[in-house]
Design a protein around this ligand. Sequence first.
Ligand SMILES: Cc1cc2nc3c(=O)[nH]c(=O)nc-3n(C[C@H](O)[C@H](O)[C@H](O)COP(=O)(O)OP(=O)(O)OC[C@H]3O[C@@H](n4cnc5c(N)ncnc54)[C@H](O)[C@@H]3O)c2cc1C
Length: 1015
Amino acid sequence: MANDLDERTKQYGREIFARLDRQGPVLFTRAWLEDKLMGLGMHDPALKVQLFRFVDTLPYLKQPAEVSRHLREYLNEAKDELPWWVRWGTRLIPNRGVLGQGLAFASQRGAEQMARKFIAGSNVGEAVEAVRAMRDRRLAFTIDLLGEATITEVEADHVQKQYLDLLTGLTREVNAWPEEPTIDRDDRGPIPRVNVSVKLSALFSQFDPIDPEGTSRAVCRRLRPILSLAKQTGAFVNFDMEQHSFKDVTLKIFRDILTEPEFRDWPSVGIAIQAYLKDTEADLHALLDWAKNVRKTPVWIRLVKGAYWDYETVIAAQNHWPVPVFTKKWESDANFEKLTEFLLANVDWLIPAFGSHNIRSISHAMAVAEKLGVPPRRYEFQMLYGMADAIKESIQSLGQRVRIYTPYGQLLPGMAYLVRRLLENSSNDSFLRQGFSEGLSEEVLLTNPAANRRVLPAESPNTPTTSMIATHSPAHTESPAPAPTSAPAAFINEPLTDFSVEANRVAMKAALDQVRAEFGRTYPIVIDNKPLPVTKTLDRENPSRKSELLGKVAMANVDQAKLAVKSCLTAFDAWRDTSVETRAKLLRDVAEQFRKRRFELSAWIVFETGKPWRESDADVAEAIDFCEYYAVEMLKLGATQHRDVPGEDNRYFYEPRGVSVVIAPWNFPLAILAGMATAAIVSGNTVILKPAEQSGIIGAKLMECLQAAGVPPGVANFLPGDGEEIGPTLVQHPDVALIAFTGSLKVALLINEQASKTPGGQNFVKKVIAEMGGKNAVIVDSDADLDEAVKGVVDSAFGFGGQKCSAGSRAIVLDGIYDQFLNRLVEATKSLAVKAADDPGCSLGPVIDAEARDRILKFIEAGKKEAKLAHQTDLGALMEQGHFIPPTIFANVPENAGIAQEEIFGPVLSVIRAKDLDDALRIANGTRYALTGGCYSRSPSHLEKVKRKFRVGNLYINRKCTGALVDRQPFGGFKLSGIGSKAGGPDYLLQFVLPRTITENQMRRGFAPETGTGE
Ligand SMILES: Cc1cc2nc3c(=O)[nH]c(=O)nc-3n(C[C@H](O)[C@H](O)[C@H](O)COP(=O)(O)OP(=O)(O)OC[C@H]3O[C@@H](n4cnc5c(N)ncnc54)[C@H](O)[C@@H]3O)c2cc1C
């Protein structure tokens, strides 16, 4: 039977091939730039990346000289991998004059022409014309509205309005046209002529799978009128499918809204389902069950392979998440066929539209339909505008209905769509490329994918690894692009929790409930692994809800501080002499404790510091990373270095400094305290953990984890208390050898000063490790991708309410893009969801306490006198509920204003105008800090300059300036931001140890072993 089906599939395939001219413009009509891109790029991945980047940037470039410069720079970036003649030609690219203008014109026209191949028009009128031309060729349509990424609520409103206008305009026009039965009817009667496709993420600026309920509510609010109008006017609406993380929430919204009474019996709706996803089969089963048993009305399923393959593989590799897509092309093809069979077998409930240009996939669908007796026009084929026109005609001539996915919109936002199409067409594995550029034989192209035979003659290089390298030009990285498989075997960053996965959201909610049930407990001081009787305590309140008491934390006095030092001193010798392996194992066991209690610890962070879910989870992940990383690093450091010569042995090794005091901030309440403490412990020191007053409970949780992992008595002592009261005692104690501090500049300088004294009885100079603040800037160049830059600046400035030393509190924007940027920035900030941190939909929570709130409000008041208040969100009653501060943006801020120079540690952003890049760099470097910085630009030469001249500890290019990962981005700054050695980096542990050298003469009366004795 299977053989019959395969043979019938091939017969259909041969028939389709016979009806098309393979020499003709099957892919699309050729034009200059496109020819270069597709022709050159297909055979040269480095060139492909650079040319696609150029195309992506083109619409932003206003001057001819800018176009030439970008083209030259992009080609130059990949020069080592380019063919000789391209390298040679690059030098001849004219900059100015008639030739330069000509080149700029040709490039822009070329890109525009290419875009116009895939995009039917820039407005409804042009789209209608395109649709009419298609009807003349008996092709049906579905219209898609291209747009910028929706990052503001104004944009989401605008998208909704455009869909409403589109439906009204199209219906009026199209329904007046004479009927075309081949596309306006199926085997049972009329079907909607007007068909639109919608991307749900365009309807809500805060679309986020972490909060399916909130996202669903907001999307449905805008979607309902669109569906109502479509239903009234007899149009069809299809939900597009986007990246994998959006899939479950998209399916949820689809089901939720179409089960509502108004839409329950409406059959003219569908959803795209991607066969390249491993979990799609289960989704289709669930959809069938829902359509049949809950909704009781069929829906359409547009079966596609999926357009985000490169994205999914890169994101999974970056996050060490399971890859959600198949990684071999034949697997996606085979799954497509399997799902085709499922759909056609259930055609009464899930009506298939096959979205593919692959003649094998299409022929297989026809053969299965024939076998199951499904009439040809009960289902349909769909293809993309501008692609494979000959195939469309050929299939239509076989009596099938073919619908064309027809995007329209402005060129600028259309670039992302264009680049997706270019990537798809130039991929080694693309059917169209293999069939019509590589010229593979029909029989090979029609091979059954389930036979697990590779279509390509050689191993496809399109594996996740190589694909990732291709999307990150090697020239853009300081060192070779880190392929996921080449990550250091010994240390791998702990994956962040993927909250698009339901099980993770459920676990987090359960942890929040569990922690709520533990509110009100008292947390004691722990010395020698024993709790001390509690005398004085500090109430810990929830900054999101002031009325909520989380617990009480003991407050140490000076005597208890001295007791803690004594305990550390007593434990020191034995711990110093404990093997490095044992100490490293302790850290790994602590990491294991964190893993076991991952959601619970995150929940405590949410409640005690007001950090949103995702960032709380990242805090725990970072704490795990510190443990694992420092364990690995200490094993390296612990290896004695030998420099033996005949008759003389030389050993170089490290030993710990002694009693260490770790004074930590509240903003990374677990990660920073754990990081500093475990670094001290693994290098053989004994340590006093002094958490911030504002995060004492989380400090206590860390101590619990250390104890559960088996830390010996006195090696770690937990000493919560008031910094002003016990701080000086600890810092100045003659038995304390090292102070590791993270916090404000003022306190760091004070500690440094106090620690520099060498009172009698103290026979060493104390070591101070200090991480201080920052006044970090993000430069926005005039060719920056605004979708990315606005989002990146918002995340950098307002993530965790700007309460990170890495926060980007200055946006330095080039004159040419300043107004455009500011407008979108303000709207994007208005759209942030300011809420209690335990709400999964919270994008911005409270600040830490009343003192911080008052201090930040003072800065805001001062800022009003120094600059223009561009935006301040009205928070209403929330201000009373917790310690909330409205996200605030100041514009036209003078570079030397207080708000542009002082670290505010709150959600306050200064936007500063710069004349050009040099001016921006001068302003960016013009503070006393040098911690983090960022730059959004698409000019390789500008980025080179920024890398050279933007002098900060951590520089981030084209991404937000927060969120450093252990090992990948060791963290720390210089000037008054810190002492320069980076946490989570290879030099960090060196600060906790003292180097020693032992030389031993092995000569005895002229006799010596032949080589050093070594160990
Ligand atoms: C009408 C229509 C609507 C569409 N709507 C959507 C949508 O809503 N959402 C969406 O994501 N896409 C959508 N697409 C795009 C669609 O996913 C791609 O055009 C399609 O994947 C190309 O497949 P093909 O069968 O034409 O070509 P083929 O060349 O046979 O397949 C190419 C596809 O195979 C997959 N693939 C490539 N390399 C590998 C590999 N190494 N391992 C595993 N799989 C691989 C990828 O999905 C790639 O796109 C739509 C397409 C059409 C025609």
